[in-house]
Design a protein. Sequence first.
Length: 482
Amino acid sequence: MSASAALRRPATRAKERRIRLRTGSAVRDNVATVLVAAVSALFGTVLVEATSIITTATDAAGAGGGTIGIALATVSAVFLLLAVYVASVVTANTFATVVAGRRRAIALLRVVGAEASTVRRSLAREGLLIGAVGAAAGLVLGVGAASVTVAIGLSQSWLPQAHFDLLSPVLLAPAAIVALTTWAAAWAGSRGVTAVSPLEATAAAAAPGPEVARARSRSVSAVVLVVSGAGLLAIGVLVGTRMPVGLLISFVGGVLSFSGVLVGARRIMPGLLRLVGHAFGRSPAARIAVATTARHPERSTRATMAVVIGVTLVTTFAVALSTYSDVVMAKLAEEATWRAALGDTIAVTIGVFSALVGFAALSAAIGLVNTLTVGMLQRTRELGLLRALGFSRGRLRAMILIEGAQLTAGAIVFGLMLGTVYGWAAAQSLLGSMAHGVVAPSVPWPVIGVVVGAGILLTAVSSIVATRRAGVVSPVAALAVE
């Protein structure tokens, strides 16, 4: 290493520390990320602890706990990956929103000599720290919940008297995965830093539209993924009429096509949200809410996609299992005893899988609440202008409520459509050979009702949190914000 490089390194590190203090000071921006990391780590810890408890209990009862443990560990790994995947999308979207709100501060740092890569590394370290804090909290809560469960089970004798190891080193794996995933998502979400020009320090911050070249590249990638995925789904369905192995082909097709939907969401969601917006009438609050969503398509898309993922996952599992239940019940039409026993088992399975996937969807709900809240913090001047033009606090709250309802309704409708298609494709690929033809999709209306009810609750919670900030905006103070 040269002497000049050695002299520059301490100066660079000092500059990065100063930048970290500036960009990491907005604690309110990161509350949702901490919650998402904590929920994901809690979910992973509970899955690991549940696998350990069930394996130990079956071993103590002489029921072959090792084999059961392997099966449970496999299922737990799948659902942990789902939770981490949803958390990654939410965290990346959160940091992209944070960067959009800090553009002016970042531009000022660029003016005084900070490089884009330096600021981005600072934001990534911020994400790693936040992820570590959230993961640690989730780990502690998960171990505590497992300890309480085992204590109750031993005292009430529905767990055998055995030594339950609740502090296995394996528990560190979910927490480490969540922390590292949060760091990676923060790095991905902060890529907008590279587009911030020092000249923006002289103008009010505004979230820029995507670069033309990048937007075109994403559109092409989305089309390729969706077309190739849809092709594999069709092949899987056709193969499924002969043998159940078609499910594997459909699974790959589903992953590819859904990845294409995520990549091309910027081209899909704004149009869908405009259609949903027509349902809220033509009142001033509704018109401004719908116009705001259309004016900021990137922000609107970021707010909805995590919810789309959660609803799609829940609906996919529910439709696939419900369709499977209908086909099997039809095959056992003359076996009343088997029908009753299998029906109860499938009902419990649907409930368990829906709860597990719904746990992952909780991260998506937190992401939507945070996006709306941070959006209110970044729109202080806009809210002040509306107040100055005569908008009352009640009308302002109505506008925010409609905006949240539009985002939630659009995400739920899109997720239900995707989930129904994917669930039917999975059931058809698996059961086509058994049914000797096309399997009609079965819609589990109770699960759909829960999803819609959760969406209504999510809209109410997100709007209440957001309006708490908007309701105290003073027109004079807000108009003074640059």
